[in-house]
Design a protein. Structure first.
Ligand code: GDP
Ligand code: MG
Length: 747
């Protein structure tokens, strides 16, 4: 099977093209660095199938970033049959810089001028025939987004893929050209493949190349002694880069005819950035946008209009849709959708309960409470998770998230955190697993370790049910606050914990330089509907799949071990504390006393402890476990599935006497403790050694303990805040002091 590789700058549309060619639904992100690893798919429109490989985005083939090494090694070692170099045609000159390097490799190649829709909209014109003549490879105009020109691109690629092409260089300086020619002959003599590419890289004194061809390096050394270049001295890397740009300006720039003659026009994107990335206002604007998102997802009093509305005007009292649109105020879209799903799940579980009315107690108990109770408690959250994701995807796809990385880089660089590390953190809002894998884009190992450790604090989709169920119960039972405020506040606590933890680690055990963060800000654009639909579909699929496999299995197990004693006698609901689960729970519950959900709760604190532990399998389990246990606790079948666990948590509050600060501590504990097994495995894969991994686990346990106990103790007795403050000040002073001392010794 032929193999074609897609290579190009970050954000040039490789993944969009890849999806268009292979029909897959890989994540397209409007920020650089989304595709870390290569990815394969199949193009099926020809008689023979063709494998398409999406390589990570790169600006050059030098070995400075992991992406560059992956892409470079793939093209050189795996020898694809054709390289499709995709470039963002709205940024023609800069994108062609990589092209001039790819040209040096002995591989068939075509150039795809992508984003032609945007170029044409601007009124610009690119003479692709002239480019084709200059480059000596086919040039095809496409729009990956609109799916235009893809067939033609593949046809041209197919035509050239079996014709041998030798690398050629654009370096025109006579002396340099001679040097490269001589090295090339020497390399050919040694039987090295891709001699032109290696010759140019050797002349650049490229790190990898120098190690690979030790005996040929002296040719370059000798040359350097006799040739000094004005302004460059013997920095041949800069010299060659300059030569490439000169060539591009001389021969490629004229192929672009701009409608707007001035080179620098202020685009609407630039204007928006003046405000959105403002030095002072950037971060507050981000926080407000974030709050708005939570408000639209969780609020039951949209835009706080409740007080203004005539009572009951949206409630549809007495109909099946009672309360869907709101009661005291208007519901947010997230809550409306959730209410609709509730109607459906209540309908199903009522039906099943009626069917099973005559069956033995444990059968109906297992099916209604164990299975349906657990699963529906989870599915009830699907709408809100999807709504939240829709907003996050819009932020990402529009290009705003990339700005956030930029703003935060500016603010946090002095604390040892680069904007680059922030991208995987934001991905953590979706799922920690891909987020942790994405940290491979971080060049500095210590920064990477610190980032992997704090990613779980960016509360993932699976932790959302814990947040909404507990905060829903808080609002309902204690009558304080709003669900949207509480969830937003808890998300912020997670993020702040992450930042503080990173700063502390970077000041102590993981000290190191923060590598410069270079990112080009993509232009803002309207999010692509199809893109959003695919993203949401992926999320929903993943979530539902999980609900019916791992979560279903765990709810059944929880139900069984909470209804049988150690001597395998069936226990009725009210004897649950004698069950296997009850016994184990009581064993560990003292551990959670400082966090507010341990021994102080009428001997029932263990239900929270157990719920938190089942969360290690999958975080959704926390709520479904509470759901299963609550149903058992009050001894009768309750409608816990109809409200996504809010009722279950309320029952727990009533029966255990758990306090409000303890409930917040419970959320915080779940958010910052050891993540689910899948994320733990991912973290293990990203850690350089076993020791660092073990410390990571310890770090999670300690952090969750500190954050949760602080919330509980300060919430219970406010003056304990001074204790925490004092400890913090002492810790910071010690760190500052030892760091200074070490610096002095260093000098
Ligand atoms: P990658 O980083 O190279 O994989 O690029 P992506 O495929 O993730 O695309 C980056 C951004 O460019 C996304 O926001 C796409 O929607 C957008 N994009 C991709 N192709 C086109 C195109 O042909 N026209 C326009 N206007 N935008 C595009
Ligand atoms: Mg990509």
């Amino acid at each position: 099977m032929h193999r074609f590789a897609l290579a190009g700058n970050p954000n040039s549309g490789k993944t969009t093209l890849f999806n268009g060619l292979t029909g897959s639904t890989a994540h397209v992100g409007n920020w650089p660095g989304v595709t870390v690893d290569k990815r394969e798919g199949v193009y099926k429109k020809f008689d023979e199938p063709i494998a398409i490989v999406d390589l990570p985005g790169i600006y050059s083939l030098s070995p400075y970033t992991p992406e560059e090494v992956i892409a470079r090694n793939y093209i050189l070692d795996e020898k694809p049959d054709c390289v499709i170099n995709i470039i963002d045609a709205t940024n023609l000159e800069r994108n062609l810089y990589l092209t001039t390097q790819l040209l040096e490799i002995d591989v068939p190649m075509v150039l795809a001028l992508n984003m032609m829709d945007a170029v044409e909209k601007r009124g610009d014109y690119i003479d692709e025939k002239a480019l084709e003549n200059r480059l000596g490879i086919p040039v095809v105009k496409i729009s990956a987004l609109k799916g235009e020109g893809l067939d033609k691109l593949m046809e041209r690629a197919h035509q050239v893929c079996s014709v041998i092409r030798y690398g050629k260089t654009v370096i025109e300086d006579v002396a340099l050209k001679h040097l490269i020619g001589d090295i090339k002959i020497a390399l050919e003599g040694q039987g090295v493949s891709n001699p032109m590419f290696h010759a140019v890289k050797l002349a650049e004194f490229d790190e990898i190349e120098v190690l690979m061809h030790k005996d040929t390096v002296n040719m370059v050394e000798a040359f350097k002694k006799s040739h000094q270049y004005d302004g460059f001295g013997d920095d041949f890397e800069a010299l060659i880069a300059d030569a490439r740009y000169k060539y591009i300006t001389k021969y490629f720039s004229p192929t672009l005819k701009r409608k707007n003659k001035e080179k620098f026009v202020v685009t609407p994107s630039d204007k928006a950035d003046k405000v959105l990335t403002h030095k002072i206002w950037g971060i507050p604007i981000f926080l407000v946008i974030l709050f708005t998102i939570f408000h639209l997802t969780f609020s039951e009093n949209l835009f706080f209009l409740g007080g203004l509305l005539p009572e009951g005007w949206v409630s549809f009292e007495g109909t099946a849709f009672e309360g869907v649109f709101g009661a005291g105020g208007i519901n947010s879209p997230g809550v409306m959708l959730m209410s609709l799903v509730e109607i459906l799940t209540t309908f199903i579980s009522d039906g099943v309960a009626t069917l099973l009315a005559t069956s033995p107690e444990w059968v109906s108990g297992l099916i209604c409470d164990g299975v349906l109770g657990g699963i529906f408690a989870i599915l009830g959250f699907l709408p809100q998770i999807l709504v939240l994701f829709l907003f996050f995807s819009i932020l990402e796809d529009s290009g705003y998230m990339a700005r956030i990385a930029f703003i935060l880089d500016r603010a946090l660089r002095k604390f040892g955190l680069s904007g680059r590390a922030f991208l995987p953190m934001i991905m953590g809002f979706g799922c920690s697993v891909p987020a942790m894998i994405n940290t491979r884009t971080l060049a500095d190992e210590k920064e990477k370790i610190a980032t992997v450790r704090v990613i779980p604090f960016f509360s993932c989709g699976a932790k959302l049910p814990i947040l909404t169920a507990v905060s829903g119960a808080i609002v309902g039972y204690f009558g304080v606050g709003n669900v949207d405020f509480i969830t937003y506040g808890m998300y912020l606590i997670g993020m702040i914990t992450a930042l503080v933890a990173v700063v502390l680690m970077r000041e102590t055990t993981l000290k190191g330089d923060t590598p410069p963060f270079i990112m080009e800000l993509p232009a803002y654009h309207a999010p692509q509907l199809w893109n959003l639909v695919m993203l949401l579909w992926d999320k929903a699929k993943h979530f539902i799949h999980k609900a019916f496999t791992i979560i279903l299995a765990s709810t059944i197990i929880i139900w069984v071990i909470s209804h049988f004693s150690f001597s395998w006698n069936y226990l009725s609901d009210d004897l649950m504390h004698q069950s296997i689960l009850g016994g184990l729970g009581q064993l560990i519950q003292p551990l959670f006393t400082p966090l507010g959900f341990g021994s102080q709760l009428n001997g029932m604190g263990w239900v929270f402890a157990v719920a938190a532990i089942t969360g290690l399998i999958a975080k959704e389990n926390v709520v479904s476990t509470l759901g299963t246990l609550a149903t058992c606790l009050i001894g009768t079948m309750i409608d816990i599935e109809s409200d996504g666990g809010v009722g279950a948590v309320s029952i727990m509050i009533a029966n255990t006497g758990i306090t409000l600060p303890a409930l917040l501590a419970f959320i915080a504990f779940n958010m910052t403790t050891i993540p689910c097994f899948a994320a733990v495995a991912a973290a293990k894969g990203e850690m350089p050694n076993k020791k660092k991994f073990n410390w990571t686990i310890v770090f999670w346990v300690i952090t969750s303990y500190i954050v949760a106990s602080a919330l509980y103790l300060i919430g219970t007795a406010w003056w304990t805040a001074f204790l925490y403050l004092a400890v913090a000040i002492v810790a910071i002073t010690i760190i500052k002091f030892t760091n200074k001392k070490r610096e002095k010794i260093g000098k």
